[in-house]
Write a protein that binds this ligand. Structure first.
Ligand SMILES: Cc1ncc(COP(=O)(O)O)c(C=O)c1O
Length: 384
């Protein structure tokens, strides 16, 4: 790792005064390791692009630059070998809004299939759209969380219209392999489903033996059934800029998605366009060095937690087994011990917690200490 970026990742950034959602949620003595927002400065080339735009004093309503589509298309081709025509791309002010629009492509009376645990806004999609969801627990097989095709088959009915997944998976950190995605594609086709694949974490693959595979690229036979979602916001740590893209090959499905959006969503602001374009054009070392740094953090966490930590391939979110602590509510317990985590029940799976380890090592060391002392205190209280 070259020195400048490692130093950048190692240096705590004081976020006080920025109204940071992450840092305002808990009292100041609680270390926040919850929401997927990294405590690292965004790369200089994105900040420079924003500064350059701010040299012009008017931040008016802004049309999407054609060069943004080009940047996304080149990025998808460069990283994943996926050639996407311009017409397939729809921009939205966030992946969560896009998930909600996708759910509105399902007719009233039909339902959504959702493997759990899953990033918690998935669990609100059906209610928001006035339809039903069918939640199917993933299978934990030798420490590997997998979509359970048999259980999904059994849970589906004639009204099941859409399967919604995220890959890489939040919160389990799975990057689904070619075989799993092939099984998924067969399942989608056999059951005549639409598939929504939230791939926002696609550039944060930590396991050198894994890679991200966009399902619609690997399986052109189901591409017309898919909505794939991307954003530069996770990997470049610019989640506050609100800009994301949906790739929707089928014109009819794209029309429904656009109709669902009409009049409800704000346009994307000029800063969202500028930052996203700078990010999608990046081919420099920043992401690789971020991934290296996160690998180092993950190794520390794995050494400290042992088998509690689900081995993960992607994301900077650790999925930690605390079932033996027998806590009805994990969040208040860990907060009492100075640590702000995301409780497993939020993702549909109690007995686990999710911890964001994208922070400087010194902060991580503090977090690990708080986590371990909380665990130890509870085990002592339970077993003496
Ligand atoms: C899987 C997943 N999808 C979507 C989002 C949020 O996307 P956005 O901020 O673009 O709505 C997150 C943020 O944590 C996420 O982990």
């Amino acid at each position: 790792m070259s020195a400048p970026f490692e130093k950048q990742f190692d240096t705590p950034v004081n976020r006080h005064g920025t109204q940071s959602t992450k840092w305002l949620k808990f009292p100041p003595d609680v270390l926040p390791m919850w929401v997927a927002d990294m405590d690292f400065a965004a790369p200089g080339f994105i900040l420079d692009a924003l500064r350059e735009r701010l040299d012009h004093p008017v931040l008016g309503y802004t049309d999407r630059p054609a060069s943004l589509n080009e940047a996304l298309r080149d990025w998808l081709a460069h990283h994943f070998g996926w050639e996407v025509p311009d017409a397939w791309i729809v921009w939205v002010p966030g992946v969560v809004p896009a998930l909600n629009l996708a759910a509105r492509c399902v007719d009233p009376g039909d339902n959504l299939l959702i493997p759990t645990p899953v990033y918690h806004p998935f669990l609100d999609l059906a209610a928001n759209a006035g339809i039903r969801d069918v939640r199917v627990p993933m299978r934990l097989d030798h420490d590997v969380w997998q979509m359970d095709m048999d259980a999904m088959s059994a849970a589906s009915d004639t009204h099941t219209r859409m399967l919604m997944i995220c890959n890489p998976q939040n919160p389990t950190g799975r990057a689904y392999d070619a075989e799993e995605l092939a099984a998924l594609a067969r399942f989608v086709e056999a059951n005549d489903l639409l598939l929504v694949s939230d791939e926002i974490h696609c550039n944060i693959v930590l396991d050198p033996a894994s890679r991200h595979i966009p399902v619609a690229a690997a399986h052109p036979e189901i591409a017309r059934r898919t909505i794939s979602l991307y954003a530069a916001t996770k990997v470049y740590n610019i989640p506050g800029i609100s800009c994301a893209a949906a790739v929707i090959p089928d014109p009819g499905l794209r029309r429904r998605f656009l109709d669902a959006r009409a009049g409800l969503m704000p346009g994307i602001g000029p800063l969202g366009f500028i930052a996203s374009e700078a990010a999608f054009k990046d081919r420099g070392p920043w992401v690789g060095e971020l991934v290296d740094y996160l690998r180092g953090n993950l190794a520390l966490l794995a050494a400290a937690l042992g088998p509690r930590l689900t081995p993960l391939q992607a994301t900077y979110l650790a999925w930690i087994d605390v079932r033996d602590l027998e806590l009805e509510h994990t969040e208040p317990y860990f907060v009492q011990h100075g640590l702000g985590i995301s409780p497993g029940e939020q993702f549909g799976t109690p007995g686990y917690i999710r911890l964001n380890f994208a922070c400087p090592r010194s902060v991580l060391a503090d977090g690990i200490e708080r986590l371990n002392s909380a665990i130890e205190a509870r085990l002592n209280a339970l077993h003496g």
